[in-house]
Design a protein around this ligand. Structure first.
Ligand SMILES: NC(=O)c1ccc[n+]([C@@H]2O[C@H](COP(=O)([O-])OP(=O)(O)OC[C@H]3O[C@@H](n4cnc5c(N)ncnc54)[C@H](O)[C@@H]3O)[C@@H](O)[C@H]2O)c1
Ligand SMILES: [Fe+2]
Length: 381
């Protein structure tokens, strides 16, 4: 038996922010990051609330990779205000702070059950539709993915007007996060026909629009497409799970503070090689495991079908490397110039052990042990 749960009402496209005032709430608590507030991006929300006489309070102290303490501060504020709806506006960090804070406020406080309206201003995490919130514990260098259905927002608003200001570097990183969500959910052991349909669509949109969106911030069509693809991939991975790419990327974020999407992007060509067992030296075999066929399908969706399985997978790896080049994303840790080789290699066993415990690994189509994980970390140096 299959099962697919849907909860979030999604408003998307031009003027979708107008739907905010049609929602029947009067006292909002807005969770956002300092950039969204100081750049006045938040006015897309507050102007509408002001014009309709709605009350609101702003919490603007969201930190990247939300630390536990910040989420606790947000919970305290929510309890003080007692709003009838929460709005999270910002990147994945603002959305995750709001989701986790609502969950914790509800858990401790009786009868706190207000809707959460997620308004992403980056196109990447899919957090506006997922049951995840990723919280970090800076003291222990860990990122803790919390997962429960209660975290899924009631509403999501995807309006490209909010992503126009996203700098190219963030477009590149977050766009590659979307691609990784779509690919990992597609080859996941928990994929089903519904999640596959969503992953395929997200892959197709990324293939068509990510570079356009990166090269030209005025291309609002491409930016809206990527914004929607991010949500589509979010629904897909929420249902099907992720894989070894995310398990490894979480540690690069926790230890080296590499932006999440960038870490995924650097790992992606190596993870495709690991999962398929096909590298530059591979010869054709009579048959391949099912998940290798899934990777071949991805290549087909991107228009990369080639002579046989080996050449098709090689085309896919080359295409990802080409994307990194076009998006000016470094292809290795060394190219980032943030750490010496000795220091990095000393960290590899620690990161590999942590990645082994990451829940994303459970849905990877190929078993990976600590040595496999260390090898991939070494390859990306
Ligand atoms: N909950 C989930 O399902 C899920 C999935 C993947 C990742 N995550 C988490 O999401 C976080 C990453 O989210 P992110 O990549 O969106 O980064 P982010 O939220 O940390 O934002 C990155 C930067 O972009 C800026 N920014 C946001 N919107 C902007 C805009 N419109 N114009 C210009 N700048 C803008 C922010 O101020 C910030 O400085 C990580 O903590 C990651 O672990 C969560
Ligand atoms: Fe991600």
């Amino acid at each position: 038996m299959g099962s697919f749960r849907l909860k979030t009402q999604i408003f998307f496209g031009e003027k979708s922010l107008d739907e905010l005032i049609n929602l029947d709430y009067n006292n909002f608590f807005i969770i956002s990051d300092p950039f969204v507030v100081t750049s006045n991006l938040i006015s897309h929300v507050t102007d509408r609330l002001d014009a309709n006489g709605k009350k609101y309070t702003i919490f603007d102290d969201v930190k990247p990779d939300p630390p536990i303490q910040n989420v606790a501060n947000c919970v305290a504020k929510i309890r003080e205000i007692s709003p009838d709806a929460l709005i999270c506006i910002g990147g994945g960090s603002a959305l995750d702070t709001g989701k986790a804070a609502k969950y914790l406020a509800k858990k401790d406080g009786a009868d706190f059950n207000v809707p959460l309206i997620a308004i992403p201003t980056t196109s990447g995490t899919g957090s506006e539709v997922t049951s995840f919130a990723v919280i970090s514990d800076p003291e222990n260098h860990t990122k803790i993915p919390v997962r429960t259905y209660e975290l899924v927002p009631e509403f999501a608003i995807l309006d490209a007007v909010l992503v126009k200001s996203v700098p190219p570097k963030v477009v590149a990183d977050t766009g590659m996060d979307v691609l990784t969500h779509a690919m990992e959910s597609y080859v996941s052991v928990s994929a089903n026909e519904i999640s596959e349909a969503l992953s395929e669509k997200a892959i197709q949109i990324v293939g068509q629009y990510l570079v356009r969106s990166y090269k030209n911030s005025e291309d609002s069509h491409a930016r809206q497409k990527m914004h929607t693809a991010s949500t589509i991939a979010g629904v897909a991975f929420d249902a099907a799970g992720l894989g070894v790419n995310h398990a490894l990327a979480h540690q690069l974020g926790a230890w080296l503070h590499i932006p999440h999407g960038r870490a995924n992007a650097i790992l992606l060509p190596h993870v495709i090689e690991f999962n398929t067992g096909i590298d530059i030296t591979s010869c054709s075999r009579p048959s391949y495991p099912y998940h290798v066929e899934r990777y071949e399908n991805i290549a087909r969706i991107l228009g990369l079908q080639n002579l046989n399985t080996v050449t098709t997978i090689r085309s896919l790896v080359n295409w990802v490397q080409f994307m990194l080049q076009e998006l000016e994303i470094p292809t290795s840790i060394s190219a980032m110039g943030i750490i010496s080789k000795e220091e990095y290699l000393a960290m590899v066993p620690v990161m590999a052990q942590a990645a082994l415990k990451d829940s994303c690994l459970e849905t990877n189509p190929k078993l990976a042990d600590e040595i496999d994980l260390s090898n991939i970390y070494e390859k990306i140096w």
